[in-house]
Design a protein around this ligand. Structure first.
Ligand code: ARG
Ligand code: ASP
Length: 703
């Protein structure tokens, strides 16, 4: 079991070299210490995680729920990605102070900028609570009852288990419901922006270079955590003081070389490493191509408008980047899965697995798991495809429809809960929609609608099409909706939403845009969702049994791949090679060009060159952005921010020959802070070390 990678992870470690894998820090001792040492780690696992004493874990918080950060000074200074701090940087930017374009640096603490709503969460304690969570479930026969009981246990224990009053208990499942862990957390809300490079450094290469290696992006930003006088979380206040961390990471100036041990520590989102072959096949042949085609069309339309019209370019910039991010990811993931023959490889290992079941005499328990997977995945196929089309076309990419869907839900709230809930929900919706319409252009959306409805009508499973879309002329429908629907602008929306519930619902049910959404959504809610959910519950239960069997029967030892050529570094030279003056993706700030020309790299260069990014074999995923890459002794050497294109298949299947994570070299970060921004005030807070030089000196002295 110690060789299995983890499913669903909240806070894990990813090591350089070998077959990928993510591990929970509190379990490292039993699972991985020897292996980590063999790989070259010089620390002990107690240096990584220790409940009683400070350890690396105390320096690695969850950043705003979606990213990771690391504490790098005794005064609560934290480092994360530029793309993780992007919306904060953007929210402080105006035409006069355009921090996105020019960068932002606080040269004094008073200049640091507060950020409403931003959170930074530390893990204080991690504990296995599986037995308590599963209590009382063994006797229950139906899956639904079991899940209900588990949920009750989670709620009860989260309230019961001891914690300080400023802390929180969070319980998460691992190994598909075979293990439950308690995380005791502390969340800070006074987190201020300290520094960010210009977008031309922090997002250099933009979407063209996204998910791509070689990469030359200085994807970092700096924040500071503030606490009350007792060093505890507190709402923003002028009287708050810089947080004193239990631990902060020293920064190595010595870089990494081929075959060096590194580990990445952070908060990965969700991976699906244990899907059966049949599920992967479905993703490759049906689901990814469908989603890619929808986004492909939506992106091309937006891009055409953005190139012609600067106002649209600004309105759509952030939406475009987020749509493009996973569009591009799915393309790479599909290619990677094909290239590595993931389906064949999985089928082979499933054969072996089946034999092991027989050998172990476990046929009664596990004998039909794989066959049941096949049956259920075949059965779910049309529902899964219909679901993806619905999500991508209606909920995600045609904005008039996704807005209409929010109003559809509002009507459902009225039906289920009555006037008061309706009014509360309506009032909650309005501010968000006001913001939404600022970045909405109905001419763009009409084109998107036309093409995506065409796709929906021709490619999503016919049996679930609502009447209006059967043999629809998408062009005609588009011009009808986009002349008559009031959903095209904020004023129209407010008109629709004015008055009591009765009036609003009458208005809505006279609007052709709303009516279309309602027809599509009703059909989906009646004919797709229930069946999808029903089969999916079975698949989830199977997945849990499968995982249990794997844990029980898999005793194979892990085969170490050749670590050859697993590490590559890019240099500032590469930035200059990509430099296209004036280009929105590849421009380079003049000051950086000057520093390059004079080779003014301070103490941060390596053999006269400025390292920018490097890749490793750490197994990472979405959410690992901003995670520290740590050397064999616990020093910071890099900042994780992406993966190589085809390697994004690691979410489904980790192939050590293809999967690589991409990190910014910490020396580039220091060089930008020091030489580019001149923020010496920040450099003096840090603990800069020379572990390699120190080691070789020690060796010499011993001789
Ligand atoms: N691909 C990285 C991640 O998934 C970075 C995304 C940054 N956004 C962009 N469109 N370049 O988060
Ligand atoms: N860019 C991703 C993130 O934001 C990391 C990845 O998917 O490799 O978390």
């Amino acid at each position: 079991m110690k060789f299995l990678k983890l499913f669903l992870v909240l806070f894990v470690i990813q090591m350089q070299a070998q077959q990928g894998g993510m591990w929970i820090p509190s379990l490292l001792k039993g699972m991985n210490e020897t292996e980590m040492k063999n790989l070259g780690m010089k620390m002990s696992v107690k240096d990584i995680y220790d409940v009683n004493q400070s350890s690396i874990e105390d320096a690695v918080p969850h950043f705003n729920g979606g990213c990771t950060a690391e504490v790098i000074s005794p005064k609560g200074l934290i480092l994360t990605n530029h793309h993780c701090g992007f919306s904060q940087i953007q929210s402080h930017s105006t035409v006069d102070h355009d921090y996105l374009t020019d960068g932002f640096w606080a040269y004094k603490m008073e200049d640091e900028l507060p950020n409403e709503g931003l959170t930074v969460t530390f893990m204080v304690k991690i504990e296995d609570v599986t037995t308590s969570i599963l209590e009382g479930t063994a006797s229950l026969s139906s899956e639904a009852e079991k899940q209900k009981k588990i949920q009750e246990n989670i709620t009860a224990l989260s309230n019961l288990l001891p914690k300080e009053n400023w802390q929180e208990n969070k319980i998460r499942t691992f190994y598909e419901g075979n293990q439950y862990m308690l995380f005791v957390t502390e969340t800070f809300t006074d987190v201020r922006l300290v520094g960010a490079p210009p977008t031309a450094i922090g997002k250099f290469g933009s979407d063209t270079d996204n998910w791509v290696w070689p990469r030359h992006t200085g994807d970092f930003s700096l924040f500071r955590i503030y606490a009350d006088k007792n060093n505890r979380p507190a709402a923003y206040s002028k009287d708050n003081v810089p947080y004193t961390p239990k631990h902060f990471l020293p920064i190595s100036l010595d870089g990494v070389a081929e075959d060096d041990f590194t580990l990445v520590f952070g908060y990965p989102g969700k991976t699906n490493e244990y899907l059966p072959a049949v599920a992967i096949e479905q993703i490759i042949t049906e689901l990814n191509p469908a989603k890619i085609e929808v986004r492909d069309k939506a992106l091309k339309i937006a891009d055409n408008f953005m190139r012609k019209d600067n106002a649209i370019k600004i309105q759509y910039a952030s939406k475009y980047a987020s749509t493009a991010n996973y569009w591009k990811k799915w393309i790479g993931e599909t290619q990677g899965l094909k290239k590595s023959n993931a389906v064949t490889v999985k089928r082979e290992s499933e054969k072996t697995f089946q034999q092991k079941i027989t050998k172990a005499g476990k046929e009664k328990e596990y004998g039909t798991v794989l066959a049941d997977f096949d049956k259920n995945y075949t059965e779910i196929a049309p529902y899964a495809l219909a679901r993806d089309y619905f999500t991508e076309v209606v909920l995600r990419n045609t904005e008039l429809l996704s807005t209409g869907y929010k109003l559809y839900q509002l009507e459902q709230v009225y039906k289920a809960k009555g006037e008061q809930s309706f009014t509360d929900r309506k009032n909650n919706l309005i501010p968000g929609l006001a913001n939404f319409y600022k970045n909405f252009n109905s001419t763009v959306d009409e084109k998107v609608f036309e093409q995506l409805i065409e796709l929906y009508a021709t490619k999503s499973p016919k049996q679930f099409l609502p009447q209006s879309l059967v043999n629809v002329n998408a062009g005609n429908l588009a011009s009808e909706i986009y002349t008559k629907s009031k959903l095209q602008n904020y004023a129209g929306l407010i008109e629709l939403l004015s008055g009591d519930a009765g009036t609003v619902l009458t208005n809505l049910n006279n609007d052709p845009g709303f009516l279309l959404v309602k027809e599509i959504a009703d059909k989906y809610a009646k004919e797709v969702a229930p069946k999808y959910d029903e089969i999916n519950v079975k698949i989830t239960a199977l997945q849990r049994t499968y995982m249990k069997a794997l844990l029980e029967l898999n005793t194979d030892s892990r085969i170490f791949p050749d670590a050859n050529s697993t590490l590559r570094i890019t240099y500032l030279e590469g930035v200059m090679e990509k430099y296209i003056p004036g280009d929105y993706e590849f421009d380079v700030p003049e000051k950086l060009v000057n520093l390059y020309n004079t080779k003014d790299y301070g103490p941060y260069s390596e053999n006269g060159k400025m390292p920018v990014c490097f890749i490793g074999t750490n197994h990472t995923t979405g959410g690992n952005s901003g995670s520290p890459a740590i050397d064999d002794s616990g020093n910071l050497v890099g900042l994780n921010f992406d993966r190589v294109w085809e390697g994004t298949m690691s979410d489904l299947y980790y192939d050590p020959s293809i999967c690589r994570n991409i990190m910014v070299d910490i020396r580039y970060v220091l060089f930008i802070i020091d030489k580019y921004a001149g923020a010496k005030n920040l450099i003096t807070e840090l603990k800069l070390v020379h572990p390699k030089k120190t080691n070789s000196l020690k060796k010499k002295n011993l001789k």
